[in-house]
Design a protein around this ligand. Sequence first.
Ligand SMILES: [Zn+2]
Length: 319
Amino acid sequence: MVHKSSPLRLVPDAAERPASPPAARRLGAVELVPGRVRAAVLSMAGRVLDRTESSYDAATATPADIDRALAAAAGCFAAHELQGIGVAAAGLVDPLTGLILEVNDVPALHGYPVTERLGALTGAGVRVEHRARLQVLGDRWFGAGRGRRTFASVSTGEVLGVGVLYDGEVMAPPGGRSGADMTVSASGERCTCGNRGCWKTLATTGWLRARARAAGLGDAVSLDALVNGGDALAGRVVEEYAHNLALGLVNVQQLFAPGLFILHGEAREGGERFRTVVEERLQNAVAFVGAEQPRVLVGTGAVDDVALLGGAGLVLSHL
Ligand SMILES: [Zn+2]
């Protein structure tokens, strides 16, 4: 299935296109996650000019199906002169070889040569990185991290992860992950990875829903509903959630002192109180008087665009 997610078609027909001046440089971005491929053309300032989306069946797709979904999404690049394409991919990736090594529940992506395939489709230089780590480059080039050489960008909600820019470089060592499975509780819940007490067992939407249900606050409640319900018990659950999120971030601050944490995703629903709880917890963890006091900002961009902006940032950083 292929469909345009934007009603705008910004590429004019050949007859309408002026013979000169030459096309401006554009940035290409692709987000590849289980079941879906998104692609976008962005201006050098990070404005989305054109986008496409295609889908595939995560469980049953063959590599040829992935090829087709990728080719369909890449259609939006055809009329643009691209500086390069940055791919934000779920799972475990190898940026050096351009391979996706492993994605849970998507057998067809194991060992998938995404940069080679996209390069052949478009003729552009292509680079891939892990989605959660990559978003820090979106913030660095187009968002609240502009002008900084060190800070952290955090995914919250169903998917948890931290990307750290350290002295101008994304920290992305081979085999490194996004932090969702770092242990924050010795006797915590069993995680899908097999270990106990991973950060994601108590700082994702799944935990929030289960906690709210256990507290008698209903099934499938959202953070937004808990924050705005005006209920004291709901307020305590929200506060606990903010503390759980801070648990992982405090470890990141202790190790790398990024100073600035930009939260994306669900945290936006938490409002100012949620942000303040996380920030205060981080500030309490800084013992060194001369160190930068940690600050927490909440990303204001469209949630759907965070990974695409990261891909465009990867182009500006490396291509
Ligand atoms: Zn885990």
